[in-house]
Design a protein around this ligand. Sequence first.
Ligand code: MOS
Length: 737
Amino acid sequence: MQFTTPAGRNPIDQLKVVGKPVTRVDGPLKVTGNARYAYERHEVVPNQAYGWILGATIAKGRIIQIDTAAAEAEPGVLKVLTTLDRDPVPPGFRATVHLFGGAEIQHYHQAIALVVAESFEQARAAAHLIAVEYETAHGRFDLAAEASGAKPIADRDSPDSPIVDRVGDFDAAFAEAPVTLDESYATPDQSHAMMEPHATIAAWADGTLTVWTSAQMIGWHREDLAHMLGLDKEDIRVESPFIGGGFGSKLLLRVDALLAALGSKATGRPVKVALQRPLIINNGTRRAGTMQRIRLGATRDGRLTAISHHSLNGNLPGGFAEAAVAPTRLLYGTPNRDLALKLAILDLPEGNDMRAPGEASGLMALEIAMDEMAEKLGLDPVEFRIRNDTQVDPAKPERPFSERHLIECLRTGAERFGWSRRNPSPGAVRDGKWLVGLGMAAAYRGNLVTPSKARIRLERDGRLTVETDMTDIGTGSYTILAQTAAEMMGCPLGSVKLALGDSAYPASSGSGGQWGANNSTAGLYAACVKLREAVAARLGFNAEDAAFADGMVTSGNRSVPLAEAAKDGPLTGEDGIEYGDLDKRYAQGTFAAHFVEVGVDSFTREVRVRRMLAVCDAGRVLNPITARSQVIGGMTMGVGAALMEGLAVDRRFGYFVNNDLGGYEVPVHADIPHQEVIFLDYPDDKSSPMKAKGIGELGLCGVGAAVANAVYNATGIRVRDYPVTVDKHLAEAPQRA
Ligand code: MOS
């Protein structure tokens, strides 16, 4: 199905099932332990052997030799593979490092050997007997120290120009502006810290490979495996039906899958491999830390006339820039703009996508700057943002937003949160020993449209089976796809069976960039349209006027049970959604306003988040329960980004020191108070026939700044270097509380 003109009225608009607060259809499997994750797929293939990965203990240089004799002599060891056994293979899709092969070391904990043994313990014990001789080269590990050598670089998604966005005359407008701000902000390297590690079981049969793994994008994993193993992708099957979180870490193929495949090939046994937690952090990808400079110029009545946002991050040679200035393109309507990215070379583990790549880091800076500017102007921060709203792409005024209700997000949030009770003077409100502050931020995240296919079958018994390689990374894909099928075919939710996450099924959008929900359901919508046509033809209806509801197909005064259509054999509908240029003609975005109340201990400077509210404008909400879960998960991650998360770089040896979940701190339940989420629910007829948009990344965007702004309002101490930890307060805090 081509989606080239705005959606008209369609069967989804009935909202009998879609839009309803349905609990997760996969919930019972999850809570009873019957949803099997990659490493626990004991049932799929017998005789599984265990692999243990050895990571390099230098960050840059080369391997002179590897002695595996002692490891090979250990009991239970089936095979030791080393990186020297294999030529380097160029990086996979959107990746920078080579995963396994050759003597060169690009980053710490790069995989250099795999031990395969009868048991996990035997593999691990043997791996520690491998002796490696290195030649160490000088590595660059300190972003600030490399800043002077940094080069302008394009945003990878708009590769035309190293200057991301230069409109009007920023320098002149900034020079003339009566009120200006020029500040610098920093965000640290972050880890995805998902619960389930990267893990794979691989087995070969007749020259074909099957991997049971944990992948957000089935198609990308399959193609990269084909590339790295020199296989035809048709000879590889990738299965990933349940995933214990990803946050972007599982978009791209990682070494667990490659090594499981190689280990299995070398031993003739199925082999399972997981990344140890330290390797997740030092062998996986990170969200790159940034150093950002923001300059704002405004009129005295609070209209932004000039905006400059420059962001620097480091990455391996050939790596991407974190597109932190991306949200600044579209959030506020400013005539003179100067946005740019710079990249320095750092020999740290690869910087790549993590939830809301670009926006999450950029808004952590931009939305503090907006708070600071509002204060300079003597304006309420909500009002300041409202004054600078835009309904068109500021760089292309002929391109309107498809739907944009940021002002309503801001106003609704302010009212529901009791914003009018905020004291604008920082450090003025006390509750016993607690200094109390309110903060807010606006948020923007793009809505990405991408093709997605599905197949749906009406079985003889009237039940429906949906097949697509769409993944569910904990987001609720199973549930919203079941709702979509039930709505389109007029069936109860319980009669829809879902088969997801398997490359044997039609290729979907996958899960990433908050595009999964809208695109995968739109692909299924297209397949359902085909099935409705087949059903109508079989029953002698005109597909155009047949209504599908309550298990019946009805036209005029004739009504036939849906199941009748399949009584002589199943009927199948298979199709996908493909997009025209509606995302070019219209800026498609998602918007939010975040409000936060914190208490800061006046003695210790400990920050406690007391209340949070998000108001989201993200198209039609397909399911308010799963959507809310996405947003509160994002808000929680935003609290982590604001107050806790940061990878500590060992600048001598070039690795992340806090490489486990004890050292890399994320919020726990006790850190998170009551969270409220409000959806404005404006269907977007330019986004897809579902009229939905993304929500999973929007929930994180802006949260960090809202927390930081609340801390400022509580204390009067402005921390511009995340995370906002106690030490950064104590330096400026008064000697007496
Ligand atoms: Mo997302 S960072 O595209 O999973």
